[in-house]
Design a protein around this ligand. Structure first.
Ligand code: PMP
Length: 393
């Protein structure tokens, strides 16, 4: 076959894609080994039947043809109203593009702001796809490192040192994998640095309904930021609609107009019956979102209680999202060694911090995606395993 493009063959950078533990766990499951999976960000509940009913009725009603590319007007209006209510920033239909999920939004947003060869910043630890997204638009990824001891919050001096000649900065709050929710002071530092450098900010807010401490603040609401921020939203996490592939980009009207052109030439929009279901979900309002988020709030409390009863593992304060990060360095192992050893010894699968970047080395990410009693038992076993390792070491 003729050569494939350099861009696509180097999408994952060098070497491992960071999913080795996950793949081994899936292979064990295929061989009939019962593995407790605390790996990916998939709810243990499905999409609410009321949303599915709306989807079915829309499809039966004939909404199965090409839908209008920017998204149906009612949904764009609903997203605009939601974002305006949450952030206080005046937002209209023209500021909204409906996308097939947040992932497609991340790609499109970077396509809109990065030229090939541009430096695109992202905060480390990061959601696993970020560097690949940046490479896929031809940008050069540059990590902004953070520290476990500082709650994995980006620091002003580090940001300042990183932004030279950069075009964009990608942030994520509430954060996957760390559970951090960026406080106003951090967002102010970010706003100041990207404004001084005349950069774009891409703000991934797909976990905005999962906040356990404090409040979600959208950086688009900070002074002067609406004109240089593209917000990525999604119904995957908020409404347990991961498989429906529905999300949005909110940004300046001129940027959205260009993004509609990109969508016309790539996705050609999102199925109408999915959009109708999403509209129903959003209009159902906060109780449904609270219901979807509640199990993670409960399990975060369970995790805090269990972790408080031991001293080997340190839990990074998790203020939001469906994960907790544990510092495992006192066991004498790094995150990957610990995750493989735990999987082999106890058939519990967690993600090594190393899968999410250098800053998360020596940590593991535990997804709170198993029913409470199973989650509790797995976390207890994980803690006992860590204690035994620390004693033996
Ligand atoms: N951003 C973050 C931080 C995520 O964790 C995910 C999914 N796990 C996404 C974006 C993409 O989500 P989706 O495409 O399902 O909206």
């Amino acid at each position: 076959m003729p050569a494939l493009s350099h861009r696509i063959t180097t999408l994952n950078g060098d070497g491992s894609d960071g999913w080795d533990v996950f793949y081994r766990a899936r292979a064990m499951i295929a061989d009939g080994v019962p593995v407790t999976e605390l790996t990916i960000g998939e709810h243990d509940i499905g999409t609410d039947p009321s949303i599915l009913k709306a989807m079915y009725e829309s499809a039966l009603g004939g909404h199965t043809g090409y839908a209008i590319v920017p998204g149906i007007s009612a949904l764009r209006d609903e997203v605009a109203a939601r974002v305006e209510a949450q952030s206080g920033v005046p937002t209209r239909r023209e500021n909204v593009l409906i996308t097939p999920g947040g992932q497609a939004g991340l790609f499109a947003a970077h396509m809109a702001v990065c030229a090939p060869g541009d430096v695109a910043l992202f905060v480390d630890p990061y959601y696993a796809t970020y560097p690949g997204v940046l490479r896929s638009v031809g940008a050069v990824p540059r990590a902004v490192e953070t520290r476990s001891s500082q709650g994995f919050l980006p620091q002003r001096d580090v940001l300042k040192a990183a932004v030279e000649a950069a075009t964009s900065l990608l942030i994520n709050t509430p954060n996957n994998p760390t559970g951090a929710v960026y406080p106003r002071a951090t967002l102010h530092d970010i706003a100041e640095v990207v404004t001084a450098q005349d950069m774009w900010l891409i703000s991934d807010e797909v976990y905005d309904t999962q906040v356990w401490d404090g409040a979600h603040i959208s950086p688009r609401a900070l002074p002067g930021m609406a004109e240089r921020t593209l917000v990525i939203g999604s119904m995957s996490k908020s409404h347990a609609m991961t498989g429906s592939r529905i999300g949005w980009i909110v940004g300046p009207e001129d940027a959205i107009t260009c993004l509609v052109d990109l969508a016309t030439n790539t996705t050609y929009g999102v199925p109408g019956y999915i959009q109708d279901a999403a509209l129903f979900g959003l209009r159902t309002g906060l109780p449904l979102e609270a219901q979807v988020a509640e199990p993670f709030r409960r399990r975060r409390a369970i995790a805090e209680r269990i972790l408080a009863s031991q001293t080997v593992l340190r839990m990074i304060p998790a203020q939001g999202a469906m994960y907790v990060m544990l510092d495992v360095r006192a066991t004498g192992m790094n995150g990957e060694e610990f995750a493989f050893a735990l999987l082999d010894a106890h058939h519990i699968a967690v993600m090594p911090g190393e899968s999410f970047g250098r800053s998360a080395a020596g940590h593991v990410r535990v997804a709170m995606t198993q029913e409470d009693s199973r989650f509790k038992a797995a976390l207890r076993t994980l803690c006992e395993f860590a204690s035994a390792l620390a004693k033996a070491g």
